[in-house]
Design a protein around this ligand. Structure first.
Ligand code: NAD
Length: 305
C-alpha cells in the first residue's frame, strides 16, 4: 500500500524516521509531501495513495475526489475539523485521529499561560497564585484530564463538565462534576476550554456565558478559535475590566483584543501540540493505526463512523 504523509508543516525528522520505519516495516511504501505551498501539489500527490497521514492540513472534497484509491486518512493530532469527515464517509474513507498523543503538551501550555496571566504577564505589579483557586475544565477528554492532573499539583480546587462523560468518571478522579456548562462559569475563577469545534460548540462561548464568571475571571482557550463568539467576548472585555482572556489560537479580531492590554494574551501561532514529544508520539501513532487498519481492519480511532 502507498502511504502518503502530506504535511504543510512537516513532522520533526525523528518523527518522520519513526513513521518510515513503522510503515516500511509492515511492507508498505512511504511517500513524503512536505512544506507544499499549492493545493495542486496535494491533489497530485494523493492521486494513487491508499492511506494518508496529515497534521493540520485541510482535506476538502476536492482532495478526497482526487484520491481514487484512498481508504484511510489519519490526522496526527486530536482536532479533526480540518477534514471533511462527512464527505470522506460518503466515499467510504475511514478518518481517524490520534487521541491523547499531544494532550500533556497542551495541558502544560494551559498552565504556562495561566501563571503568566495571574502574574500580570510579569509587568512588575504584584499578582496572585493558582493555589486554592477554582478551576473549571470544560470538556473532560484527553487534554481536560491532563489539566486536572497538573492542577492538583498546583493545589487548585477542580471542577469539570463534559456533555458525554458521566459525572461518576469525573468524580473518580477527585474532580467535582458540575451539572452543566453554566455552572462551571458561575462557580470557577478560571475556565479552561477543551471542547472540540462542532456545530453545537461553535460560537458557544459568548457574552452571556462568560459574564457569569466571578470577579477576576480568566478564560483560557487551547481548544479552537471557532468556539468563541469573538464580537461578544470583545464587548464583554470592554465592559468588565476584571476579566482576562488567554488563548493559544489567535483570534480573527486580534487587533481588537490587543486593545485590552494586560488582560489578553495570544500565542503567535498555535503552540499547544508543538513539542518534540507530541510531534513524535502523534506521528508514530498515526503510522501504527494505518498498519493496524491494513492488517486487521482495525478502526478503533475512527471519527466518522
Ligand atoms: P478529546 O476528544 O479527548 O476530548 C474532547 C471532549 O469533549 C470529550 O470528552 C467530549 O465528550 C467532550 N465534548 C464534546 N462536545 C462537548 C460539548 N458540547 N460540551 C461539553 N463537552 C463536550 O479531545 P482532546 O484531545 O481533549 O482535545 C480537545 C480539543 O482541543 C480538540 O478537539 C482540539 O480542538 C483542541 N486541541 C488543540 C490543540 C492545540 O494545539 N492548542 C492540540 C490538541 C487539541
Amino acid at each position: 500500500m502507498k502511504v502518503l504523509v502530506a504535511t504543510e508543516k512537516p513532522f520533526a525528522a525523528k518523527a518522520v524516521n519513526a513513521i518510515k520505519q513503522e510503515i516500511e516495516g509492515a511492507g508498505h511504501q512511504l511517500v513524503l509531501l512536505e512544506k507544499y505551498t499549492e493545493k495542486q501539489q496535494l491533489l497530485d500527490a494523493v492521486k494513487d495513495a491508499d492511506a494518508m497521514i496529515v497534521r493540520s492540513d485541510k482535506v476538502t472534497p476536492d482532495v478526497i475526489d482526487a484520491a481514487k484509491n484512498l481508504k484511510i486518512i489519519v490526522r496526527a493530532g486530536a482536532g479533526f475539523d480540518s477534514i471533511d469527515i462527512a464527505y470522506a464517509k460518503e466515499k467510504n474513507i475511514v478518518v481517524e485521529n490520534t487521541p491523547g498523543q499531544n494532550s500533556n503538551a497542551v495541558a502544560e501550555l494551559v498552565f504556562g499561560m495561566l501563571v503568566a496571566a495571574v502574574r500580570n504577564f510579569y509587568n512588575g505589579k504584584s499578582g496572585s497564585e493558582l493555589m486554592g483557586k477554582k478551576l473549571g475544565i470544560l470538556a473532560y477528554g484527553n487534554v481536560g484530564r491532563n489539566v486536572a492532573r497538573i492542577a492538583k499539583g498546583f493545589g487548585m480546587d477542580i471542577y469539570a463538565y463534559d456533555a458525554f462523560c458521566p459525572a461518576s468518571a469525573i468524580e473518580a478522579d477527585g474532580v467535582h462534576a458540575v451539572a452543566n456548562q453554566d455552572e462551571l462559569f458561575k462557580q470557577c475563577d478560571i475556565v479552561s476550554l477543551h471542547i472540540p469545534a462542532t456545530p453545537e460548540t461553535k460560537q458557544s462561548i459568548n457574552y452571556t456565558v462568560v459574564n457569569q464568571m466571578p470577579k477576576g475571571g480568566i478564560v483560557v482557550n487551547t481548544a479552537r478559535k471557532e468556539v468563541i463568539n469573538e464580537a461578544e467576548l470583545i464587548k464583554l472585555l470592554g465592559e468588565r475590566e476584571d476579566l482576562k482572556y488567554v488563548t493559544d489560537i489567535k483570534p480573527d479580531a486580534e487587533a481588537e483584543f490587543q486593545k485590552f492590554e494586560g488582560r489578553f494574551f495570544t500565542t503567535p501561532k498555535k503552540m499547544g501540540a508543538q513539542t518534540a514529544e507530541a510531534n513524535f508520539n502523534a506521528g508514530l501513532a498515526a503510522a501504527k493505526q494505518i498498519n493496524a487498519f491494513f492488517k486487521d481492519g482495525c478502526t478503533k480511532f475512527q471519527v466518522n463512523k
